[in-house]
Design a protein around this ligand. Structure first.
Ligand code: GTR
Length: 328
């Protein structure tokens, strides 16, 4: 880990619930309290190739759900390596085309990884008065939009499994900000993800509720009531009463890998709270199984965030096929 800023080095982990509580299923508690329970079901039934240029493929996927079909578009950047490439699945904020300018596809492919991108609002609109995939399941226990996006990330992996030249071994799920929260919840639930990457995911992502600073439960549930189960709002102002904290979510992913990226000036995401969650979760991982960086600057998913996460994955993914460097 590079030298941490002074405020990071001085910070101390607050009193937290036990890292791996005995006698309770911690994911079940996260589901009940924060994200809601992801329903089972939703199968890829059709993957239509829309276009293909060298290394860049676009598909339309159809997922059959109990009450109807969900369709969304995918953008795949696939390196021309000799063997199958491991894949990074990631949701994008502003549509898949915009990622062509803002995500460092060439450098990620040079490191041997393919990237499958989907517009998050094609899975579930980010709107308290609209429903996407959540309308396609019978009314059971509630689940929030973050849970729906996490469900979508698992469907992205289903899609990758059916595309030639890709392997889901060594797969990475990566997300920024609200989509970093979704990436963590996806990585915790879906053991096919070898590495989970959270970038500036903040409150209900990698940062600790019990470390004061930045967004809290009152703020997030007031502005984004649709992201979580409605009862989560009852913990506003009572962070200490929550039966869980986010170091447990990170730890639930072990022995698979976790990488947390923070930005020094991203106060709203409480980057020190993210770092302390990593520190508190570290005993659950084998040596080096959880990684962290904090870089100068504010709330954004930058090239250096991608490349450090990819480098961590390459370094720690022993046992999964090693991504080949790009040929030609
Ligand atoms: C903020 C929100 C954060 C974070 C961010 C984002 O407005 O308060 O929890 O998720 O949006 O997604 O960019």
């Amino acid at each position: 880990m590079a030298q941490l800023p002074e405020a990071w080095r001085r910070a101390t982990v607050p009193d937290l619930p036990p890292l791996q509580p005995t006698g309770t299923d911690v994911l079940d508690t996260f589901a009940r309290t924060i994200y809601g329970r992801t329903p089972t079901g939703g199968h890829l039934t059709d993957l239509e190739l829309l276009s293909e240029e060298p290394g860049v493929l676009r598909h339309r996927a159809r997922i059959s759900c109990p009450l109807g079909d969900l369709e969304f578009d995918t953008l795949l950047h696939r390196p021309s390596a000799a063997g199958p490439s491991p894949v990074i699945v990631a949701l994008s904020f502003t549509g898949i085309d915009e990622t062509v300018d803002s995500w460092p596809y060439e450098k990620v492919m040079d490191a041997g990884y393919a990237v499958l991108a989907v517009d998050y609002q094609q899975i579930e609109p980010d709107d308290p008065s609209a429903l996407g995939v959540r309308a396609l399941f019978p009314n059971g226990e509630p689940w929030g939009a973050v849970g729906a996006w996490a469900w979508g990330l698992s469907r992205c992996l289903d899609i990758a499994a059916g595309i030639q030249g890709l392997t889901t071994d060594g797969a990475i799920v990566l997300g920024h900000s609200r989509l970093g929260k979704a990436a963590l919840w996806a990585g915790a639930q879906d053991e096919r993800f070898a590495v989970t990457v959270s970038n500036d995911s903040g409150c209900c992502g990698a940062s600790l509720f019990r470390h004061p600073g930045g967004e809290d439960i009152a703020a997030i549930t007031t502005k984004f009531p649709h992201w979580f189960v409605p009862s989560f709002a009852s913990y506003a102002g009572s962070e200490d009463e929550l039966p869980v904290d986010q170091h447990q979510l990170l730890a639930s992913i072990a022995p698979r890998r976790v990488y947390v990226a923070s930005a020094e000036d991203d106060d709203w995401a409480d980057p020190i709270g993210e770092y302390l969650a990593v520190l508190a979760a570290t005993p659950a991982f084998e040596d080096g199984g959880i990684g962290y960086h904090v870089r100068p600057g504010g709330h954004a998913l930058l090239e250096e965030d991608w490349l450090q996460a990819v480098e961590f994955s390459r370094r720690t993914s022993r046992g999964w096929p090693s991504p080949g460097r790009r040929s030609g």
